[in-house]
Ligand binder design. Structure first.
Ligand SMILES: *[C@@H]1O[C@H](CO)[C@@H](O)[C@H](O)[C@H]1NC(C)=O
Ligand SMILES: *[C@@H]1O[C@H](CO)[C@@H](O)[C@H](O)[C@H]1NC(C)=O
Ligand SMILES: *[C@@H]1O[C@H](CO)[C@@H](O)[C@H](O)[C@H]1NC(C)=O
Length: 490
């Protein structure tokens, strides 16, 4: 028997032994802890789970992944298991299980084994890819800025909103508010992060910034390919243009990093990078860390605001009710406290987050053998055993559509439902536990601010697109067709 034949055979045998061993020891762990197994996802390839990988990739590509998982949960229950690329997976939309993974049993789960080292050339090490002490340290770089009392950066936002208003047609012509909002929050976000705005709403947007943004767009696509391939297989992604784009990004970031380091006492308190430079003076660390924050800033707030306008334009009564509330403010200055006191505004935003959370899911890997409280047994009420190395998919989008909590009209956008809802772990638009989004308050306040500014100036809204919401998960969960509306000046 030739070597060419013996080697793969040996590898196959070793793999089968491993599967057998882990299945035996898992059964042991299960029995010892009084657990039952959750339902199994029917799979053609239950050993390697190649079919699941293909389905997943396809559903990510055409934006149907949220729907696919909701249908699976409807059929199989709130928690079920499957296999993808040889890794056991547990999929859950059970709020108690989610609380356990994200908070109660936080130390048993990690992100780093899933994301760490992937695309490291581009992203380095930072808040989005690390666990443990480094994750804590990364949060400590940004937390002081976000934790400042009522920090919302309205002074800067106001300037950008003024400019944004100039782009809205006042002659009843149809326009798409989604890309305009993206530009607004890109300008605001870049100014907040780097101290220099992308100025995408104005004619003189700086050349270097444009190069950076284009490179970023391209690099992120490559990064998501690498994430799917994983740490070992990512070498298969050898795209020369991707490396070039990474270098463009690094040059841009480095310029801002060195500036922040040189400024010393001249630093601007409203610029995040300058604040971070007070804590660390390591240029590479600063570059990585600010880049990790930039991931989020680019998509989040604009997506939620355009999703709000998507449904306000389809629910005239909600628009009227919200506008009445907004006009109560009169000419008072828009402060965080004033905005937060507007209850219908908060319902509208919460309801939109419920139906279209910015991130539909997150994954963790179990770092040791542990338990989840629900999912086993015929009714899914018994605990389940989670062996070390299991990937858990926490599905926020499905959680927010749980009929047991929200009632039978979950599909409907109905802000009034918030009248008697005070969810805790049933509603997680910003995740929860030690990894809860640090920018939550900033994001909410800025969203409220922009909605109120628009509603002050326009008395009516009409949708000019009868198609339903067509989900894409690329830039947050947003609409493929944009948000085409007409606004009538007050
Ligand atoms: C909106 O959701 C948050 C949870 O993120 C909750 O604390 C808050 O009470 C909700 N707001 C209203 C007005 O119901
Ligand atoms: C808008 O409302 C419809 C129906 O009420 C819902 O299907 C859709 O997902 C909602 N979209 C957003 C962005 O809230
Ligand atoms: C953006 O949304 C995701 C998902 O909710 C969250 O993890 C992230 O921290 C958010 N970032 C910002 C800046 O709002």
């Amino acid at each position: 028997m030739g070597l060419a034949f013996a080697l793969p055979l040996a590898a196959l045998l070793a793999f089968l032994c491993k599967v057998l061993y882990s299945s035996l020891s898992n059964r042991n762990g299960m029995r010892k802890n009084g657990c039952s197994a959750p339902p199994k996802l029917p799979q053609k390839d239950p050993v390697l789970g190649l079919d699941e990988f293909v389905k997943w990739a396809r559903a990510m590509g055409d934006g149907s992944i949220i729907r696919m998982f909701r249908q699976r949960h409807e059929k199989l229950g709130k928690t079920f298991q499957g296999v993808m690329l040889g890794t056991n997976q547990i999929y859950t939309m059970d709020s108690k299980n989610i609380q356990t993974v994200l908070a109660l049993d936080f130390d048993s789960y990690g992100l780093e084994p899933l994301r760490g080292g992937v695309g490291e050339y581009l992203v380095g090490k930072g808040i989005q890819t690390s666990d443990g002490p480094f994750h804590k340290y990364s949060r400590s770089l940004v937390r002081p800025t976000f934790a400042r009392n009522n920090f919302a950066n309205f002074a800067s936002l106001q300037r950008h909103v003024d400019e944004f208003m100039g782009h809205i047609p006042r002659d009843s012509s149809t326009f798409d508010i989604q890309p305009l909002l993206q530009r607004l929050f890109l300008d605001e976000g870049t100014e907040f992060l780097f101290g220099e705005s992308a100025k995408s709403l104005s004619p003189e947007s700086p050349q270097e910034m444009n190069e950076f943004l284009n490179a970023h767009e391209y690099a992120m696509r490559g990064l998501s390919i690498r994430l799917q391939l994983g740490k070992t297989l990512q070498v298969l992604h050898q795209d020369k243009k991707w490396f070039e784009c990474c270098r463009v990004i690094h040059r841009f970031l480095d310029r801002h990093v060195y500036r922040a380091l040189e400024l010393q006492e001249m630093r601007d308190k409203s610029v995040l990078l300058h604040e971070m430079a007070r804590v660390t003076r390591d240029p590479l660390d600063l570059r990585n860390q600010i880049f990790h924050i930039f991931f989020d800033v680019k998509k989040n707030i604009s997506t939620i605001v355009s999703n709000v306008f998507f449904n306000l334009s389809r629910h005239p009564k909600a628009w009227q009710k919200l506008r009445a509330e907004v006009l109560e403010i009169g000419d008072d200055e828009l402060t965080v406290d004033v905005l937060k006191s507007k209850i219908y505004l908060r319902w509208v935003v919460n309801e939109t987050f419920r139906i279209m959370p910015l991130a539909w899911a997150t994954a963790r890997l179990s770092l040791r053998d542990t338990l989840l409280p629900h999912g086993g047994g015929p009714k899914g009420t018994e605990p389940i055993f989670v062996p070390k190395g299991t990937r858990i998919l926490v599905n926020w989008a499905a959680l927010h559509m749980d009929r047991d909590y929200w009632g039978d009209d979950v599909e409907e956008w109905r802000p009034e439902r918030w009248q008697d809802k005070k969810p805790t772990w049933e509603f997680l638009p910003f995740s929860g536990g030690p990894r809860i989004c640090v920018a939550q308050q900033l994001a909410l306040s800025q969203a409220y601010y922009v909605i109120v500014r628009l509603m002050r100036e326009f008395k009516n809204i009409e949708s000019r697109d009868s198609r339903p919401f067509d989900t894409t998960t690329r830039l947050g969960v947003s609409n493929k067709n944009g948000v085409k509306i007409v606004l009538t000046p007050a």
